[in-house]
Design a protein around this ligand. Structure first.
Ligand code: FMN
Length: 148
């Protein structure tokens, strides 16, 4: 994707499968080598799902593994204090919060206009069947198109 897209490509991932398999530090390096522009790291494992608390030490390891790209911390950032805590404990370049947190502020995210929607939609990665010229995009992107 990095090779074919003209926009920066970022990735979001979890710390790993479970506490015995924290693969994110290795993965961030591999992604960096592949030319990724930045990484968003959710500080839970796949096994955790959305339960338990976020592993800040685990996020720090990902931050330390990255050589040049920014690592954005994610998980349990529900207050400004939590954002500051996340940054100070992990050294992350920034934090990302889930949509519900934005809604709680009473200030909903701005609604994009039709021009912005079409612009973003037209830059959405083209699925492989479409690239091969075989399947119309509506079949593979139905859900995504509805989203826009
Ligand atoms: C119902 C639900 C839907 C989500 N959908 C997405 C999604 O589409 N893309 C994504 O990157 N993360 C998604 N997430 C993950 C959140 O963005 C976030 O990474 C995760 O909830 C950790 O943050 P938190 O501890 O503040 O909840 C979703 C989480 C929930 C609970």
């Amino acid at each position: 994707m990095v090779d074919v897209l003209r926009i920066p490509v970022t990735a979001k991932m979890r710390l790993g499968w479970d506490d015995d398999n924290l693969t994110a530090p290795d993965l961030v390096r591999a992604l960096e080598d592949a030319g990724i522009a930045g990484v968003f790291i959710h500080g839970r494992t796949r096994e955790q799902g959305f339960s338990g608390s976020v592993n800040l030490a685990g996020i720090r390891k990902v931050v330390e593994a990255a050589r040049t790209i920014p690592v954005i911390g994610n998980g349990d950032v529900t207050t400004p204090e939590a954002a500051v805590h996340m940054r100070s404990e992990t050294g992350c370049a920034g934090v990302s919060v889930r949509t519900q947190v934005l809604m709680q502020t009473g200030v909903p995210p701005p609604e994009p206009g039709i021009e912005d929607r079409v612009r973003v939609m037209s830059r959405h990665p083209v699925p492989l069947p479409l690239a091969a010229g075989s399947v119309p995009p509506i079949y593979t992107k139905g859900g995504t198109l509805a989203y826009f």
